[in-house]
Design a protein around this ligand. Structure first.
Ligand code: PAF
Length: 289
């Protein structure tokens, strides 16, 4: 595995590869990231097809009050995990390479997709994500990029960016990796105490309850989501949102239409903000109308 810190190191590592499958990360890797690497490797069967990961904690996507400074940086361990999982190239730029001057040109995703849910509670987040991902795409020039579906909205926003900007990159989403208890794996889980890790299962529990309701009922999804939020708020959480949405445009719905749904949630436990979601496919609908 080659570790590239500069663009010339990156370009010589990429060489004349015919295909690059790219997994952008902010490091502090866990089993969820390694699943993305495995998915990437499965797409690279020929010797000149490369699995490439990047590690860069992107200041642009953190608000001033958020955890940029605190965000865990575990570079050596990350590289060990990537090597053991069979990654070919790790691109680890520093701030000066990524942002040699103030980044005054930025990529603003459309409000109707990016100013709701995460974008509403973290203004500027998706601009920061799109800007760094666009730059990483220019540097790595991948054929395919893979993102975790725990960040469902991020995956959708980036998929649309690539499509609308005519970037010749296939965007794939990888299913959420969970602990055996069901907690969605996240670098931020490291902020939780052992007791909070147990309490944190309630977020998935409420998502599941709403998913069961959605599979069985025709309408009333907003009221059911509100019950889920109230239950979490009554148990020490501060819920930002819990909503049943259409997968295509992430608009909240109160009843089944003709498409797959995703139930999105974000809530803070102690000082740790967690997000999670459950997809519900149209085929899982038990009601016959
Ligand atoms: O999902 C993440 O880890 C980050 O948002 C990403 C896509 C690597 C951009 O910094």
């Amino acid at each position: 595995m080659i570790i590239a810190h500069t663009l010339s190191e990156l370009h010589s590592a990429l060489g004349a590869s015919s295909k690059r499958v790219f997994v952008p990360t902010m490091g502090n890797l866990h089993a969820g990231h390694l699943q993305l690497i495995r998915q990437a490797k499965a797409l690279c069967q020929q010797p000149n097809e490369l699995t490439v990961a990047s590690i860069f904690v992107n200041r642009l996507q953190f608000a001033p009050h958020e955890d940029f400074d605190q965000y865990p940086r575990t570079f050596d361990n990350d590289c060990e995990l990537l090597r053991a999982t069979g990654c070919d190239v790790v691109f680890a730029p520093n701030e000066t390479l990524m942002y040699p001057q103030a980044q005054t040109y930025t990529v603003h995703p459309p409000a109707e997709l990016a100013d709701l849910w995460e974008g509403h509670f973290r203004p500027g987040f998706f601009t920061g994500v799109c800007t760094v991902v666009m730059k990483l795409f220019h540097m790595v020039n991948p054929s395919t990029a893979i993102f975790g579906k725990k960040d469902f909205q991020q995956w959708k926003v980036l998929e649309q960016m690539v499509r609308q900007m005519a970037m010749p990159i296939e965007i794939l989403g990888c299913p959420i990796e969970r602990s055996k208890d069901g907690l969605a794996l996240s670098s931020r889980n490291g902020y939780l105490s052992e007791t909070q890790k147990l309490q944190a299962l309630a977020l998935q529990g409420q998502l599941r309850a709403v998913a069961q309701f959605v599979k069985a009922k025709e309408r009333g999804f907003k009221a059911q989501s509100k019950l889920g939020m109230d239950a979490l708020n009554a148990n020490g959480w501060r819920v930002d949102y819990l909503a049943v949405c259409q997968q295509s445009d992430l608009q909240e719905v109160d009843l089944w239409g003709a498409e797959d749904l995703v139930i999105l949630a974000a809530a803070t436990l102690g000082s740790t903000r967690l997000i999670d979601n459950i997809e519900v496919q149209l085929t899982e609908r038990t009601l016959t109308l």
